[in-house]
Design a protein around this ligand. Sequence first.
Ligand code: FAD
Length: 387
Amino acid sequence: MQAPLELFGIDGLLSDEERAIRDTVRAFVDDRARPHLAEWYDDARIPARELAVELGRLGLLGMHLEGYGCAGTSATAYGLACLELEAADSGLRSLVSVQGSLAMFAIRRWGSEEQREEWLPRMATGEAIGCFGLTEPDFGSDPGGMRTRAVRDGADWVLHGAKMWITNGSVADVAVVWARTEEGICGFVVPTDAPGFSAPEIRRKLSLRASVTSELVLDGVRLPASAAFPDVRGLRGPLSCLDEARFGIVFGALGAARDCLDATISYARERAIFDKPLASYQLTQAKLADMALELGKGMLLALHLGRLKDAGQLQPDQVSLGKLNNVREALGIARQCRTILGAAGITLEHPVMRHANNLESVLTYEGTSEVHQLVIGRALTGESAFR
Ligand code: FAD
């Protein structure tokens, strides 16, 4: 018997360091997260603060960034870590993605030296948690329409507006908030204890329940001039961050799919139906074979994109190829696995429906499938069909 990714000989494509990082994250997840996942999901609570410190101790926060206490690993190693985290739960991977690829990356790439020194070392250890506020209630796929506004008042900036669906919002110490200014869209580093800032949590989610999702309310938040990112205006700033997070999802989604498939193969081998193991039926094997194939193809694509990124050659359109394919296929795998588990598949006794529900959010955030189809369509035809 071979695990699906063993069948593809994936291990042989990884360096010793990449395998070591993967194994460390897998061991952490098995020990620290897996025993609690069903409970976190059921209760819609995750001990984000404690976990952030533990993830920071492992060097996983902002792990692919250089300096300021960050580990400075390869992009591929970061992707493999995302895969192992999401094999536990997309919520755990979201915590790490938003911290490292959105909030920390934004400050590392676009922040002033003062902003970097103030926040990055504490964010790398998990002592400070970050969030990233781009989406608004009326502007998701079209962030350029945002209404959140920052106006100058003497040397200060004053922010008014609301952000929606913000991961880590209610537990964050710092929010990277994108707002419209007279100079164009600009990013601000907002300490969450600033007067006028609040982050009510969004409840009653049926997906990503083991993840904090919040609204950000900016009611006349006064910030010093130094809170603005100095050198970036327009959507180029936030989109550069989204590319980073999407890259992690290209790998991450496969973790959820692998976990579903592993759980389903075990189940099918043990479940006897009409006096024979469910795994011994051709219909079951056909499903398993097709899913293993999609998982392995997705993994080869992820590794290819990882190698391109490590060579400094990865283009945003290529990240769209990976995000679109791997999340869509992962969700397909999770749904198909559920059919093999029958009624048992709808419970939290098995990880499958939890992953499937989580992947519904993953399909939507960081660019919906349709947005990535439009990106790829534009690259293929030279015609933009966004509006
Ligand atoms: P809409 O933009 O309203 O899209 C609705 C539908 O229209 C979709 O199917 C979409 O694909 C489709 N559509 C859009 N444009 C076109 C078009 N041109 N042609 C055809 N169809 C189109 N945002 C943040 O800023 N920070 C976060 O930390 C964050 N975390 C999130 C966590 C969760 C759990 C979720 C669910 C979302 C999060 N988001 C976050 C928001 C996320 O990025 C948005 O939900 C996403 O961009 C889609 O926006 P929307 O939900 O407003 O959908």
